[in-house]
Ligand binder design. Structure first.
Ligand code: UD1
Length: 422
């Protein structure tokens, strides 16, 4: 298994290109199931999660090809052969559940494995099920699979979600595009990836309004057609690399970054003493001499502070002046990076969903283990700030969500290399 060797270093400078959003791409790809005509995505990230979604769509009979070194994904679902999302694929990646809404809408039936336990919490599917049932689907759980059918087709409805789940919003919106009549989804999630999905669905002929607000209205149509769509910038990759100069000092420009994608995160960096400015090409992040100040963080649905940046922000708070409190409100059990950071000399106490971090002057390099995608990158960031060498093992987690991490950080002067495993 490969690992990553990071050696602590001084200020960084240069530019880092930010890829298309993994989480947008993972919902845009299943949208191909809604139409017989081709859907092409540009600016796609080159990640193992995208390969997993490719394998899932191919298992349903869709044609999926990666062009231009994987940056373009050409898909066609004109002759699907299956409506079953198998456990063997779904267990690898929860986002596989995003085929449920599209399959149900186009074929009136879908069988999708429950994702099962996940390292960062239970992550059930009840909100997806409630929304699709409101549209007239009949869904039952048998042998670990959700069996969904809508013999007479889906029908538009007014539905209010109990919690603004990202995935449930995506599944319900996709399903409603082909339902009869109008659907009003209240307490919908507002994430930029949902706005991106709606923009793509609109290009395919869907009639949708209100995306980006908490009420989305969908007027069902008889069929959707083909389209080409550029995937929105990955705000989590953006935020992660914004933390590199924040941790090491220096000035780095994140190409393709936009402030509207990371407003609440940038405000926290600003409060910590790190400046973020929008340029023609992206976002410029600068940290001058001296330690950053500690800030408190509460994770919330967009536009609040993203849970997917909590682990990385904790790495910065480990070397901040003062004490910060990080409260995780989206997922249970999402502090698995904390004990690893402690092995590097961090001072962190975790009680339930709250971590209290008292900054130390310097972390110390150590062998550490990645436990999930965002945790693994937080350990790399911490390694950049540490004295000596840090070896992060189990980096297959990293390959799920960060393309060319070594090349991107090396490009701004970081000392980092990938060590091939046996
Ligand atoms: C998406 C993102 C993930 C991010 C998360 C929150 C993708 C592929 N993944 O995940 O990176 O961390 O949003 O921003 O886009 N829940 C239920 N019942 C449900 C659905 C969710 O209780 O039916 C709970 C979950 O257990 C979790 C919370 O709601 O505690 C948030 O989940 P959700 O917003 O659905 O996240 P995902 O779409 O899975």
């Amino acid at each position: 298994m490969d690992s990553i060797l990071v050696t602590g270093n001084g200020p960084l400078s240069g530019q880092i290109p930010i890829a298309g959003a993994k989480n947008a791409c993972l919902t845009l790809m299943p949208a191909t199931l809604l139409s017989e005509e081709p859907l092409t995505l540009t600016n796609a990230p080159r990640l193992s999660d995208i390969k997993t979604m490719t394998a899932l769509l191919q298992s349903l009979g869709a044609e999926v090809s990666a062009l231009q070194d994987g940056q373009v994904i050409a898909m066609s679902s004109h002759s699907l052969t299956s409506h079953v999302a198998d456990y063997d694929i779904v267990r690898k990646m929860r986002a596989s559940n995003l085929v449920l809404g599209p399959l149900l809408a186009r074929f009136g039936q879908a069988v999708v494995s429950l994702p099962g336990g996940c390292a960062i919490g239970a992550r059930p599917m009840d909100l997806h099920v409630e929304g699709l049932e409101a549209l007239g689907a009949e869904i039952e759980l048998k042998d670990g699979y959700l069996h969904a059918k809508a013999p007479g087709g889906l029908k538009g409805a007014v539905h209010e979600m109990r919690f603004a789940s990202v995935g449930a919003t995506e599944n319900i919106v996709m399903a409603a595009t082909l339902a009869k009549g109008t659907t009003v989804l209240k307490n919908a999630a507002r994430e930029p990836e949902i706005v991106d999905l709606v923009e793509c669905l609109r290009k395919m002929g869907a009639q949708i309004s209100g995306e980006g607000s908490s009420t989305i209205e969908i007027q069902g149509v008889d069929r959707l057609h083909g389209a080409t769509h550029q995937v929105v910038t990955d705000r989590i990759e953006l935020g992660t690399y914004m933390l590199a100069p924040a941790i090491c000092g220096g000035e780095v420009e994140l190409l393709g970054g936009r402030m509207r994608l990371v407003e609440s995160f940038a405000a926290k960096l600003d409060a910590a003493g790190v400046s973020v400015a929008e340029t023609d090409k992206g976002l410029k992040v600068t940290r001058k001499n001296g330690r950053v100040s500690s800030v408190d963080v509460v994770t919330e649905p967009f536009p609040g502070f993203p849970t997917d940046l909590q682990a990385q922000m904790m790495a910065l708070m480990c070397i901040a002046e003062g004490t910060s409190v990080l409260e995780e409100r989206i997922f249970e059990n999402r502090f698995m990076h904390a004990p690893e950071l402690v092995r590097m000399g961090a001072n962190i106490e975790v009680h339930g969903g709250t971590a209290t971090v008292t900054g130390v002057e310097r972390l110390k390099g150590a062998p550490v283990m990645a436990t999930d995608l965002r945790a693994s990158v937080s350990l790399i960031l911490a390694g950049l700030a540490a004295e000596g060498e840090t070896v992060v093992s189990r980096v297959y987690h990293l390959d799920r969500g960060y393309e060319h991490v070594v090349r991107k950080l090396e490009g701004v002067g970081a000392k980092i290399e990938r060590i091939k495993g046996q």
